[in-house]
Design a protein around this ligand. Sequence first.
Ligand SMILES: [Ca+2]
Ligand SMILES: [Ca+2]
Length: 363
Amino acid sequence: MLYQNKPTAFTYYSFLFLTFLSLSSCKKSKNEDSKTAEIFEIKTPEGMIWVANKTFLQGAKETDKFAMPREKPAHLVTVDGFYIDATEVTNKQYTAFVNATKYVTIAERKIDWEEMKTQLPANTPKPHDSILQPGSLLFNKNVNAIADMNNYGQWWTWKIGANWKHPEGPNSNLKGKENFPVVHVSLKDVLAYCKWANRRLPSESEWESAAQGTNSNTIFTWGNDASVLNANANTWQGVFPTRNDSKDGFEFISPVKSYPANSIGLYDMTGNVWEITADLFNVNYYNEIDISKPLLNPKGANKSYSPSNPYQVEYIMKGGSFLCHASYCASFRISAKMGVSVDSASDHMGFRTVATNTMLSTK
Ligand SMILES: [Ca+2]
Ligand SMILES: [Ca+2]
């Protein structure tokens, strides 16, 4: 089985993102309802879209030839209404958070080997100090040939000095990228933003509800026609990861709103950058739950489980990225998902937030 585009290979540098399993959490809200909105006359927050309460089919659709076992079986869920960001959180938005709080992201922090090694397989050797420096994962744009497509370490590079302010390394900056999605933020960094902004991350069910919009049980955010992928999302065309034909107009990351919105006004739910959610990644979860009746506001698995990454707690990310290609990850489908560990950051993962009427009325 292929676990493509995943920045957690057990390569020489894998220790650098195998850390810190302690979890903080965004504020959890209980079921929301329209009564709260009526009582407090809540207006839709700027930049957000209301996703109406509905019951829908979560997981792999019957005709989806790309569906993976972890997306099955599809099952009915009922999800209360909520607000969600119309776009991925941008550099401009994350800058406002950092300016207000002086928050320092994981990728900018000094690496503590004593703490890190407690999260690694026993007897993992300490890397040289020259490697144990703050940084993040960058897609390697100069890959010429791939011997083993299961070894995703071949197209990832640990870049010292890469972080959200320097997305392509220490010599890069955010000039002209204010409306690009923020990247190189780990789950911890995302949760810190949520806390400051009075937001939280969507559950996987909420994310799928939003991605589906007013469509009914479609494979993609725009419907079921795979042939219009390039017009609707920033993914990869050509041969992954060695040749990118950029037929969708962008070779790598794109500004938000570069592609059409889905049926309820949400941009880039498919592609551009992966979006981390609040749910734990467990490849067996759908097979272990009782789906005889619709699940109400499910919050995902109680425990993370990924055979390809047994040493870490992983969370679900959704939507795929500018690196997704049909030959490999095909994660441009609503039901697709991958796991990402708590401290992992890279140049193709970001996030968007949600809010509920209760959250907005009690700030
Ligand atoms: Ca592209
Ligand atoms: Ca996205």
